[in-house]
Design a protein around this ligand. Sequence first.
Ligand code: FAD
Ligand code: E0Q
Length: 469
Amino acid sequence: MTRPAITLVGAGLVGALLATLLAQRGFAVEVFERRPDPRRVGYAGGRSINLALAERGLHGLRLAGLTDAVMQLAVMMRGRMVHAPDGRSELLRYGRDDSEVIWSISRGRLNIALIDAAEAAGARVHFDQRLESATFGDAVTLRFHDESDGSQREHRAESVIGADGAGSALRAAMNAASALGERIEPLGHGYKELEIPPLQAFPADALPPALAAPRAHGERFAIEPNALHIWPRGSYMCIALPNAEGSFTVTLFLANEGDPSFATIDTPARARAFFAREFADALPLIPELEADFAANPVGVLSTLYLDRWHLDGRAVLVGDAAHAIVPFHGQGMNCGFEDAVELADLLAGRPAERAAVFAEFARRRKPNADAIAAMALENYVEMRDRVDDADFLLMRALDRALAERVPTHWMPRYAMVTFTRMPYAFAFERGRLQGELLREFTAGRTQLDAIDLDAAAATVRERLPALPA
Ligand code: FAD
Ligand code: E0Q
């Protein structure tokens, strides 16, 4: 029997994982990727950019047999290290203990590991191939522009999977053939990446006083390595995630318009003045602030909603191409990896029934993509504005106390999203119900001691069904 063939556009994080899973399930997989082979030329200019990997993403990597290779490159993050304007910082743990943590991983190294796995499983990856247009007749005709020599090539396929990211060219072609009901909601805020170098890179005379001691002990990291650092400042914030080499990638999230915004903080000198005022403790950690600010673009953040993700059995979208979200829950890749697992399993079950499989894939995944899109938007306000406010901290304390007391009936929403594979739509709805109870239990209170935890636990058992085992 000949192997069923499938074509993918995009060998980014989701495309490369999906190619691996499909090749492992017996498909003849061809992947076309716009960028050059990262193993040959290095990844995207050599900047280190990292991502938070959580349980959903880890599950996809486990199925691909990649956990060991990837976890060797990962840095554990136990919680959020919140840096107040006065320079004080506090670690807010994400989970109960070190079994509930997330992992910072280099985007470039992860992508290379995934491409290696796809090829090892038998997928063929064609680099420097930018999808330019697609037409949908009895078969799909894809036209590629070769970015290395400017030549054109055509590829015909029975069906194609678009894993070509938020700006998907396949989506545009599908939408032109038959409207997908596309809606793009800009966040109105953008981001800029900066770097905290490893400790050894600081010249001894430029070492911030707080850093002098740890360097003497051979430490590589300028600040706590096992945390996701956040500097919440109301309407904007910085975060920093650790890299295995000892550096951190800092991301400033800020409005595009108004004051302050990327429109007013528009020169390296203004960026320095802004950091001196708003992120005083972070500034000495970013020696190349001006150069980073000038070299790195302002990234755009939007949420993408589609009414349809597929064109009968001929084309389907996955990952950011189908549902780009804002990054404030650290779940875009994790969600895309869930897509890959779901689609690979459905296709393996019914390899010849593409239209039915694509429809079922969208039916199962769309409610979950909508739920994480909403939760990611909510988390921006929570991160930048609430992680240091008293009401929030009381609700958080009660949330955790109830999870300890009635674990069969209560789990913080963050934990459901991050440490389990419960459907996002379930976590969203359950979080709403728990949120109502949290507001009820904390109304008029300022201290956890003032809340009768036994009574609250009894109410929880009475009003909420047990969580799935
Ligand atoms: P991409 O990773 O964008 O890959 C698309 C691929 O398609 C690329 O290789 C691209 O070159 C290729 N391509 C594009 N156009 C064409 C074309 N015309 N022809 C051929 N190939 C093409 N997610 C997390 O889970 N955790 C995080 O901590 C996290 N942090 C983030 C921080 C920021 C600032 C941002 C912006 C996103 C973050 N995300 C995070 C989200 C995550 O980056 C995305 O969800 C993830 O990269 C989506 O993977 P993808 O494969 O669908 O798309
Ligand atoms: C995580 C891990 C870009 C980014 C990635 C993240 C998170 C945040 C804030 C951001 C959410 C959180 N978070 O700490 O609640 O858990 O990935 Cl801004």
